[in-house]
Design a binder for this molecule. Structure first.
Ligand SMILES: Cc1ncc(COP(=O)(O)O)c(C=O)c1O
Length: 384
């Protein structure tokens, strides 16, 4: 049976991984600066992770949410401790889209309103309300388009004020650092004013931390770079280091009711074991500090390369902007220098999302290769 063909694929077949590297079926080693789309947080096959998941699958991999599962509470407590989000409650699910879907649903339950405000170039997932709040017409099917969503330019505070004062907006959803859109960030004044406007208008402020959260930005959550208190924080990607797990942190002003949210697989034993191993490793290996040190090192080298026109992002959620489209550069990096990088909706941006335990030697290797690849790409352009 053929696979439903929805992904353009690079011709590389990874069969194993260790730390910052993956290895293909020919035995070639690749430097993974993409982390499988910001998913690999503590590195491939981290011993803590392998041990925790192996032990758990040998013990009890799954049972339903109708029984006690102390691992969920352990995960919630650890997350509270590391994130500093003291007042929140945790609901677990399986993916980023599902986290945002639940976040939007909860905002609508709480406020009894149904319109959502989201922002240009934002991405929130592919399920019904999440995709409707995503600024990409190509992935919104007619069935999704029935959702009431208003997309505003990032930093358009007057627009947010006007829309919220109409009284029908249940949620404002934002990525504090945009991922697939191309690493744009709102200003401090914008984010802090949106927070105030949400509170003044009975609108839930949803921080989509699916990509920028979990230590990636240099703080546990990217919204913590600002003085804001989101009502709901959505998580996924780095949370399970590859095991599918997502969740939302919910402010206690939103009261739970039986049946309000639910899931078969969310918060299962295996997912919790993976999630706990990630949090324990972030703590034990002081990965937040590493993110900040490596980020500074990355910026210091990137600034010396004249072809790089703009360095975007924070922490280890980074983008290098050029004055040409980077498709060929990415191909050159992957096929000739064995380095995975990412692209974005902004075709001139190379995205860098490495595991959080990357070291200086890997960053050095990348920039050495990038300089050579830039020469390759420039000479190819001259030939044309
Ligand atoms: C910011 C953001 N929100 C939501 C999602 C959707 O997550 P998932 O693909 O796990 O459904 C993504 C995925 O790329 C994302 O980057």
């Amino acid at each position: 049976m053929p696979l439903f063909d929805v992904y353009p694929l690079y011709n590389v077949t990874p069969v194993s991984g260790k730390g910052i590297h993956v290895y293909d079926d020919k035995g070639d080693e690749y430097l993974d600066l993409y982390g499988g789309h910001a998913v690999i947080s503590i590195g491939h096959a981290h011993p803590n992770y392998v041990k925790a998941v192996t032990n758990q699958v040998e013990t009890l991999g799954f049972y339903s949410n109708a029984i006690q599962n102390p691992l969920q509470k352990q995960l919630a407590d650890k997350l509270e401790g590391l994130s500093g989000c003291k007042d929140y409650e945790l609901f677990l699910c399986n993916s980023g889209a599902e986290a945002n879907e639940n976040a939007l649903k909860l905002a609508s339950f709480k406020t009894e309103k149904k319109r959502v405000v989201a922002f240009s170039k934002g991405f929130h997932g592919r399920t019904s309300a999440a995709v409707a709040a995503t600024d990409n017409k190509n992935i919104i099917a007619p069935i999704n388009a029935q959702q009431a969503v208003t997309i505003l330019p990032l930093n358009d505070i007057e627009g947010v004020k006007t829309e919220l004062e109409k009284g029908d907006v249940c949620a404002v959803i934002v990525e504090f650092i945009q991922g697939i859109g191309g690493l744009d960030q709102g200003t401090t004044a914008f984010f802090e004013e949106v927070d105030k406007l949400c509170k003044a208008n009975n609108t839930m402020f949803i921080a989509d931390e699916i990509q920028c959260g979990y230590a990636r930005s240099g703080k546990f959550f990217a919204f913590q770079h600002y003085n804001v208190t989101p009502d709901i924080i959505s998580l996924a990607k780095g949370m399970g280091n590859g095991f599918p797990i997502g969740g939302i942190l919910i402010h206690p002003s939103i009261e739970s009711k039986y049946g309000m949210l639910g899931t078969t697989f969310g918060g299962n034993h295996l997912a919790c074991a993976a999630g706990l191993a990630v949090l324990n490793t972030i703590e034990e290996e002081n990965l937040l500090a590493n993110v900040n040190i490596m980020s500074e090192y990355f910026f210091s080298i990137a600034r010396t390369i004249p072809q790089i026109k703009n360095i975007k992002g924070r922490g280890l959620m980074l983008g290098l902007e050029f004055d040409f489209e980077v498709g060929d550069l990415r191909k050159d990096l992957i096929y000739n220098y064995k380095i995975f990088t990412g692209g974005a909706a902004n075709k001139k941006l190379l995205r860098i999302l490495p595991p959080l335990n990357i070291e200086k030697q890997h960053i050095g290797q990348f920039f050495k290769a990038l300089k050579k690849a830039l020469v390759d790409v420039e000479s190819k352009t001259l030939e044309v």
